[in-house]
Design a protein around this ligand. Structure first.
Ligand code: CAA
Length: 712
């Protein structure tokens, strides 16, 4: 293959240039390379460079075709999300793509790595597509609160049909190259060197004299689309889409693709795309995208620390939590040994794990082959000596300090040096556990959420002596097993449960003041929580919290307001869903309000001398969110959370806070931190010291600032 002189197009003045588009001729084919590390996101440089390259292709007599490829081992991961909400300098992506489609010479897109969002839209505007089998092709915009806006909703259906396109765009889930070939998105798979394969393909179509295949002109796949699929998609997903805008707009746009000429469909797509871009939920969801990535950045862990991937794991305890944690490792391809001292406990745990996998297979979310493969990675032992060579051990035994300390003394004796020693605790002091070992620097809290194989959040908790290296490796392995990790400092409740305690307390007080569990839960669900607090408590079981309260009673400050409603309910033997009654009564999982509980609450109010009043839904939402924000600000102020956005990540991924509202701290910024502080001050005056405003919030507002970032 000869390598003619390279020419790098400078698409914008040097000083604003962040990306480059390279044009060179190889083997008589123009090779256009999009380069914007790390993921070749589409910014002005890419848009303009692409447009210019297409013009150059038309004028270049030395070539008859072009290959469009990405640098950095990937195609293009979509529009540059950092540019959202800002005016974009020309040209638009649509202009560049229209020019591509109108090119008199065929353009072949060569796809590897991520071909997502605007990246796939670029590929769809090419005349042909080749890909490697592992390429990831998808339109994930829905998870950012937007939709494809550069022809994706119009071109994809023309290649794969309305129903499949709807599925792909609504789920946002990418497909690999092999599946894309089967669906008709790509025309050929390349085995081996992608550029060489794409050049060979381009030469072949020229040699065969194939006519240009212009996606926007294809009609076959959309011509006979069943009109019912659109209404059906809405009906099927209505509950899931509550409060969301973009899924509805996606349905509208794909329907247009199947019923209107391309130009009309594209105009509609652009109109509704702009509506989604302008929506507050787009702002919240984009914020969450970056917040999730920011949470992985720990100031004292070097950015260039690239820990070796964990290759083996051990879990102590085969209970529900231990089993779920073991499944997370197995699902990620990591062999895991579960240890229990008694064989019966191991057998019961393994049976539960098998049951969980079997349920996933029956629901179709896992195949039988996957189940067998994953189960094959899980082994069991009753002998500590058998787990000593694991790269990480996660202890998940009963939540009791003495028991956990005993486990850690043993682990200290058997685990290889340098192993991560994780403890899954939601309440206990990490230092007290770490200090029974001779290597407290290797001990870290790993607070998983139940069911641990499903829930995304893992709250990693650093002890006083945990080393930055172990923190970095624990954050990395958390990601390796598909979790979203947040780092917390060591305090009662860490980040998540400390806020939950404050939020639960205010819900209890609202009951005493005049609300009912049903009203509070309905108001919170109206805000977007999938489940209100009392339904959540009933589901988790009320007895554990009751036992903790009984133990803590001796330390409780008797001058602070305390609600006995939860205790009264437990005294009746009502422990939630599992006993058929809690804050609600249950038939199976169906909750209905219970007049007996409402009478109990009214009696508590009377006993406490509280005159019941009408509580509005708005008050419920504001009081709950304000107390979360105030506690969150204290947590950031004390350095327990590194940054406010970590609290949002914790709440969205671990506590069901509606992602499209961006988390409590983001919500507060949207309302105005001064307005939220004014509310908190009013509650402080009315309710007492529980509501003492966080110093951090006071400081930001006093400085006339409006963002948590202004505190740094
Ligand atoms: N825009 C800007 N930055 C992006 C980006 C994008 N589209 N995609 C990734 N990045 C950045 C990340 O913020 C991260 O930056 P830092 O290192 O500074 O934190 C870096 O690239 C690497 O990303 P990840 O840490 O996420 O790396 P990964 O390998 O785990 O995942 C990925 C890579 C799958 C591409 C993932 O980043 C991702 O899902 N990106 C978003 C893809 C997407 O949603 N594209 C659609 C955008 S909207 C659109 O294209 C439609 C339109 O027309 C407006």
């Amino acid at each position: 293959m000869q390598t003619p002189p390279a020419g790098t197009l400078r698409a914008a003045p040097e000083e604003i240039l962040v990306s480059t588009v390279d044009y060179r001729v190889i083997d008589g084919v123009a090779v256009i390379t999009l380069n914007n590390p790390p993921v070749n996101a589409i910014d002005q440089g890419i848009r303009a460079g692409l447009l210019e390259s297409v013009g150059r292709l038309a004028a270049d007599d030395s070539v008859k075709s072009a290959v469009l490829i990405g640098a950095n081992d990937t195609f293009v991961a979509g529009a540059d999300i950092k540019e959202f909400g800002k005016p974009l300098p020309p040209p638009t992506t649509i202009e560049s793509l229209s020019a591509m489609e109108a090119s008199p010479k065929p353009i072949v897109a060569a796809l590897a790595g991520n071909t997502l969002g605007g990246g796939l839209e670029i590929a769809l505007a090419a005349h042909w597509r080749v890909a490697v089998a592992k390429a990831k092709l998808g339109l994930p915009e829905v998870s950012l609160g937007i939709m494809p806006g550069a022809g994706g909703t119009q071109r994809l259906p023309r290649l794969v049909g309305g129903a499949k396109a709807l599925d792909m765009i609504l789920s946002g889930t990418p497909v690999n190259g092999t599946k894309a070939l089967e669906l008709g998105i790509v025309d050929e798979l390349v085995d081996g060197d992608l550029l060489a394969g794409a050049i060979a393909f381009a030469r072949k179509i020229v040699a065969e004299g194939r006519p240009l295949r212009v996606t926007s002109q294809l009609q076959d796949k959309v011509a006979n689309t069943d009109p019912a699929i659109f209404a059906d998609a809405i009906k099927k997903n209505e509950k899931k889409w509550k409060g969301l805008l973009s899924p509805y707009k996606i349905v509208e746009a794909v329907q247009a693709a199947c019923t209107l000429p391309f130009a009309e469909g594209a105009a509609l797509e652009l109109k509704v795309y702009r509506e989604t871009q302008a929506s507050p939920q787009r702002k919240a969801l984009t914020y969450m995208f970056f917040a999730e990535r920011e949470a992985a950045k720990i100031p004292d862990v070097p950015r260039d620390l690239k820990p070796a991937p964990v290759k083996s794991a051990a879990v102590i305890g085969a209970g529900t939590m231990g089993g779920g944690i073991a499944m997370s490792f197995a699902n990620a391809g990591i062999p895991v040994k579960i240890l229990e001292l008694k064989q019966e406990a191991l057998d019961a745990g393994l049976a539960r794990i098998k049951g969980n996998y079997a349920t996933s297979v029956s629901r179709g979310s896992t195949t039988q082959a996957q189940m067998d493969e994953r189960l094959g990675r899980i082994s069991t032992t009753t002998d500590y000596a058998q787990i000593g060579d694991a790269d990480i051990v996660v202890e998940a035994v009963f939540e009791n300090m003495e028991i956990k300390q005993g486990v850690f003394k043993t682990l200290d004796g058997v685990m290889k040096q340098g192993a991560i020693l994780g403890t899954n605790t939601s309440t206990l002091d990490i230092d007290q556990i770490a200090n029974v070992t001779k290597r407290p620097q290797d001990v870290i809290g790993m607070h998983f959420f139940s069911p641990a194989n499903v829930m995304k959040l893992v709250e990693n908790v650093r002890g006083a002596k945990t080393s930055p290296e172990i923190i970095g490796r624990t954050m990395a392995v958390s990601k390796q097993i598909g979790k979203v990790p947040v780092l917390a400092g060591n305090c009662d409740g860490f980040i998540g449960n400390r806020i939950l305690a404050a939020y639960g307390r205010e819900c209890d007080f609202l009951l005493e003041e005049g609300a009912t569990p049903w009203q509070i839960d309905t108001a919170l669900q109206g805000f977007g929580f999938p489940m209100g607090l009392f339904l959540m408590r009933d589901m988790a079981g009320l007895d554990v919290g009751w036992r903790i309260r009984q133990y803590r009673e001796q330390f409780r400050d008797k001058n602070q307001r305390y609600s006995p409603v939860g205790d009264r309910i437990c005294e009746l033997g009502r422990y939630g869903q599992k006993t058929g009654a809690g804050y609600y009564k249950y038939e199976g999982r169906n909750a209905t309000p219970d007049p007996e509980i409402e009478a109990l609450i009214v009696k508590v109010s009377a006993d406490l001398g509280i005159e019941r009043r009408k509580v509005s839904d708005e008050e419920i939402v504001w009081r709950v969110l304000s107390v979360m924000v105030n506690e969150g600000a204290k947590i950031v102020g004390e350095g327990i959370a590194i940054r406010a956005s970590d609290i949002d990540v914790t709440y969205v991924f671990g506590y069901g806070f509606p992602r499209h509202q961006g988390g409590p701290m983001f919500w507060a910024e949207q309302q105005g931190l001064d307005k939220v502080l004014a509310k908190i001050r009013a509650y402080h005056a009315e309710q007492g010291d529980n509501w003492k405003p966080a110093e951090l919030l006071e400081k930001i507002v006093a400085a006339g600032k409006s963002s948590w970032k202004d505190a740094v």
